[in-house]
Design a protein around this ligand. Structure first.
Ligand code: ZN
Ligand code: FE
Ligand code: FE
Length: 301
């Protein structure tokens, strides 16, 4: 069922149940505008960048920006807001200059989240660029320890995302994330984000109920489902095990819509925000369609 929303004159998704679904939304024009955008398409949760995702530098948040953001957060029933860090950050970069910049920027991103009251900062573990996975994991642990040392008692969690394992990316095995969490000095500040496209490309199948159950059993055994705080719902442009990270609209890719039904109907995952990172056109129509699909498969049985 759809109805017109007052906000931006767009079609709004009507979810019958309290499904915690949403999308990555733009912060163009100001962080606070993300709420209006999310609300206009019926998001119950949103993901944002707290700064331009393809730039190292960012202006410090002003009190005004923080106030505007918090006022918008109070106004809209969108909770939680989750943040994704800049794609430039590589917490195990082989190049020392990039490593230093990455560490600095990651700490800055934690500070931005804390100032805004954002509970989760999602990040990709990093790419070891040839130094090897063990060395990479060691560096990531060091990077996280440095960042956490500089942000004592922060509430925002550092949320490791599962990756497709493209190139030399770490995080395509649940064990990688486990090792990182075990290595850091403050493991209680760590959580995990599962990306459906990434795990599928990494070789964890979820297309049938049997495979879905198996994959989540493995995730639970290695990580503990209690570490899981966000799910990125993306279908995959590339085939199973491709190790390539290319997101596709829900039901239009190699994963298919059944898998999203298993996720949406899994009672253990009800309270976990499910966020789309699927391709977008100029308007937010694609997000509306993809959220409707997630909502529909939640009702199937
Ligand atoms: Zn990500
Ligand atoms: Fe993702
Ligand atoms: Fe991705």
């Amino acid at each position: 069922m759809r109805r017109k929303s007052k906000g931006l004159g767009k079609i709004k998704l009507q979810t019958s149940k309290n499904l915690l679904i949403g999308a990555h939304v733009s912060i163009a024009g100001g962080l606070h505008l993300a709420f209006e955008r999310g609300a206009s398409i019926g998001c119950k949760t949103i993901q944002i960048f707290t700064k331009s995702s393809n730039q190292w530098k960012s202006k410090q948040l002003t009190d005004m920006e923080i106030q505007l953001y918090k006022a918008a957060a109070r106004k809209h029933k969108i909770h939680p807001v989750v943040a994704h860090d800049s794609y430039l950050i590589n917490l195990c970069a082989a190049d020392n200059e990039i490593l230093i910049k990455s560490r600095h920027t990651f700490t800055d991103e934690l500070q931005r989240c804390e100032a805004l009251g954002i509970p989760y900062l999602i990040f990709h573990p990093g790419s070891h660029v040839g130094t090897g996975e063990l060395e990479g994991i060691k560096k990531i642990v060091e990077s996280l320890n440095l960042a956490h040392e500089q942000t004592p008692r922060f509430k925002v969690k550092s949320v490791l995302e599962t990756t497709a394992g493209q190139g030399t990316a770490i995080g395509y095995k649940f064990e990688h994330l486990r090792k990182i969490i075990d290595g850091v000095d403050e493991p209680e500040r760590m959580a995990v984000c599962l990306d459906t496209n990434h795990i599928f490309s990494a070789g964890y199948d979820i297309r049938t109920e049997v495979e879905y159950v198996k994959t989540f059993k493995e995730f639970d055994a290695i990580m503990g489902l209690n570490r899981l705080v966000v799910i990125h719902c993306n279908d995959s442009k590339k085939e199973f095990g491709s190790r390539v990270d290319r997101h596709e609209h829900i039901g239009k890719g190699a994963i298919g819509k059944d898998a999203f039904g298993f996720i949406m109907r899994d009672k253990r995952l009800i309270k976990i925000p499910k966020v789309l990172e699927t391709p977008k056109g100029v308007d937010m129509m694609d997000d509306i369609i993809n959220m409707k699909l997630l909502s529909d498969v939640a009702q199937e049985y």
